[in-house]
Design a protein around this ligand. Structure first.
Ligand code: NDP
Length: 303
């Protein structure tokens, strides 16, 4: 019987995950089908109940459900528990286990960006949603000493900091109000800037003015595109990376959890590129298109 794996989000039509996961199943001859389920929050509980039946290997969970799904699972892994956000579900019989593979995906992306340099200890994180939770947890585990979280709605940044209270008790983890002058002051002290907002996903905007980026910074944008932030950062002399590595590796980790097999990374990376070229846009289900003004104005797909 063909097994089913689903992506539950709202919306999901533009997701890149389907192409990447289906290519991996097909390549390894696994009889499984990856489906996109667009479910509004009100329909989430019913969707989760359906997953408990035998046809399903598991699921991915994306915007806006990553935090909402937590009370619906029977067990959380350490990463699911620590972040309070779940992007992958596996089955233990009829029981559901909640994982967060954005955490290992982010770790691979961070390691690649830092390369042979010394791992920085200070970071500014823009955003406080599900992606930011994986990022902040990754930074805590990596031994960062000072992490400042800026979010448009300060209370969400404060909730994130509160959530990590105990695991971050040895370090300086703070939420600050989104004011350009405060971001600038913090960036002058930090070595790493992470964009975990969706600014740049649907428009050619940057969350911060180009003038406040200094060449000492490493900049990682979780969005899977050459966003304005990344172009400004490269122009300022910063090291940069987009969300591709994180997207690929969170997907690879999920694939291994469902199948018990190593993920065919090359096949998945190729499928991602093809899906982007074919107009699919989002790891996170959003139908955004950022304009890559720096590359001749081509439409660039996003994470
Ligand atoms: P959420 O919806 O949980 O959070 C969205 C974040 O963006 C919030 O911090 C929100 O702030 C902020 N935001 C949105 N619009 C604006 C705006 N106009 N001005 C200021 N802040 C804004 O989404 P996720 O955390 O899951 O995803 C965030 C981004 O990260 C997306 O672009 C997504 O594609 C990307 N991502 C990429 C991954 C990858 O594998 N490469 C993995 C996970 C995420 P507020 O709380 O104030 O609304």
């Amino acid at each position: 019987m063909t097994k089913r794996v689903v992506l539950i989000g709202h919306p999901v039509a533009h997701s890149l995950s389907g192409a990447m996961q289906q290519a991996a199943f097909d390549h390894l001859g696994i009889d499984a089908r990856y489906e996109l389920w667009d479910r509004a929050p009100i329909a989430l509980a019913e969707a989760i109940t359906e997953l408990r039946t035998d046809d399903f290997l598991g699921a991915n969970v994306t915007i806006p459900h990553k935090e909402r799904v937590v009370p619906h699972v029977d067990r959380l892994t350490e990463e699911g528990h620590a972040t309070g956000a779940v992007n992958t579900l596996t089955k233990e019989g009829r029981k559901l286990v909640g994982h967060n593979t954005d955490v290992p995906g982010f770790k691979t992306a961070l390691d690649q960006l830092v390369g042979r340099q010394k791992m920085p200890r200070t970071a500014v994180v823009l955003g406080a949603g599900g992606g930011a939770r994986a990022v902040v947890y990754g930074l805590i585990r990596e031994g960062f000493q000072r992490v400042i979280v800026f979010n448009r709605h300060l209370h969400r940044g404060e909730s994130l900091v509160k959530h990590f209270g105990r695991s971050a008790s040895h370090m300086d983890l703070r939420a600050m109000p989104w004011h350009e002058s405060i971001i600038e002051a913090e960036l002058s002290k930090a070595k790493l800037l992470l964009n975990a907002t969706s600014i740049g996903l649907n428009s050619d905007e940057s969350p911060v003015p180009a003038e406040i980026l200094n060449p000492e910074l490493l900049v990682l944008d979780l969005i899977y595109a050459q966003t304005r932030l990344l172009r400004d950062a490269a122009a300022a002399g910063c090291g940069t990376a987009d969300g591709e590595t994180m997207l690929l590796h969170q997907g690879a980790a999920a694939f291994t959890l469902w199948t018990g097999q190593p993920a065919p990374l090359d096949v998945m990376a190729e499928a991602l590129k093809e899906a982007r070229a074919g107009g699919l846009t989002s790891a996170e289900g959003e139908g955004g298109v950022a304009t890559a003004a720096g590359t001749g104005g081509e439409a660039e797909p996003t994470a």
